[in-house]
Design a protein around this ligand. Structure first.
Ligand code: 13P
Length: 253
């Protein structure tokens, strides 16, 4: 049985004060939720605050990106090793905003994944198609390409300790959620694709859905057989909303 995992991706939001308040609110609410793995990925500079506040609890902290480099003359970059050193558990890689706004290619994302795995982080690899790609019937081809580009570099075994997040670009921050059927169909496709490499890894890997997950649609999404939790943007900013999404993941088991 795969343990559901719900992670908040704050993107460029939050402050030291809101991080402290959020972590303490989530810690008090998550006592009854040990069936679910729960995480938060705040902006880099808020990570130490979150780690300190979450110390000794089951709440895991992560970064939203890492460098493809180990160290050196790369102004503005943060390495996977540094994330690990300050207490991160996860790193989100290949988010569609990184792909679209910062020009990240599949090759760059694969190199970042190598660094993340070597540092001992759990990568959360994001894949997903745009609306135009879906309307052209290319969504499976797009996701296949995004996944294969990484699997062919890091190997299928790496996915025993990685998470994949299916985030259709048209559902991110738009309020338009993929229907449970649409999301389930893509999750089943992803699992099938991984099964071509290794059926055991395909059965074990956790597949999150992301894109306008809210307290009122989470239960339906998480009750789909191949959806193992969610990567939550806007609705993760408020601790109460986030907790209610985590509760939906626990109840869906
Ligand atoms: P929203 O939940 O705001 O749509 O964002 C999803 C997302 O991009 C999480 O990584």
């Amino acid at each position: 049985m795969r343990q559901p995992v719900v992670i908040g991706n704050w993107k460029l939001n939050g402050s030291p004060a809101s991080t402290e308040a959020w972590v303490s609110a989530v810690l008090s609410g998550m006592g009854a939720l040990d069936a679910v793995e729960i995480g938060l990925c705040p902006p880099f500079v808020l990570i130490p605050t979150a780690v300190r506040q979450a110390a000794g609890s089951a709440l895991q902290i992560g970064g939203q990106d890492c460098a493809e480099y180990l160290s050196g003359a790369y102004t503005g970059e943060v390495s996977a090793d540094l994330l690990r050193a300050v207490g991160c558990h996860y790193v989100i890689l290949g988010h569609s905003e990184r792909r679209a706004l910062f020009g990240e290619t599949d090759a760059v994302i694969a190199r970042k994944m190598v660094r993340a795995l070597a540092a001992g982080l759990v990568p959360v690899l994001c894949v997903g198609e745009t609306l135009a790609e879906r309307e052209a019937g290319q969504m499976e081809a797009v996701v296949r390409q995004q996944l294969r580009a990484v699997v062919d570099v890091v190997g299928i075994q790496a996915f025993e300790r990685s998470i994949i997040a299916y985030e259709p670009v048209w559902a991110i921050g738009t309020g338009v959620t993929a229907t449970p059927d649409q999301a389930q169909a893509m999750h089943a496709f992803i699992r099938g694709l991984l099964a071509e490499y290794n059926p055991h890894v395909a059965r074990m890997v956790r597949l999150q859905y992301g894109g306008s997950v809210k307290p009122d649609n989470a239960a339906q999404l998480f009750s789909q057989p191949d959806i193992d939790g969610g990567l939550i943007g806007g609705a993760s900013l408020k601790a109460e909303e986030f907790l209610s999404i985590c509760r939906a993941a626990a109840d869906a088991r």
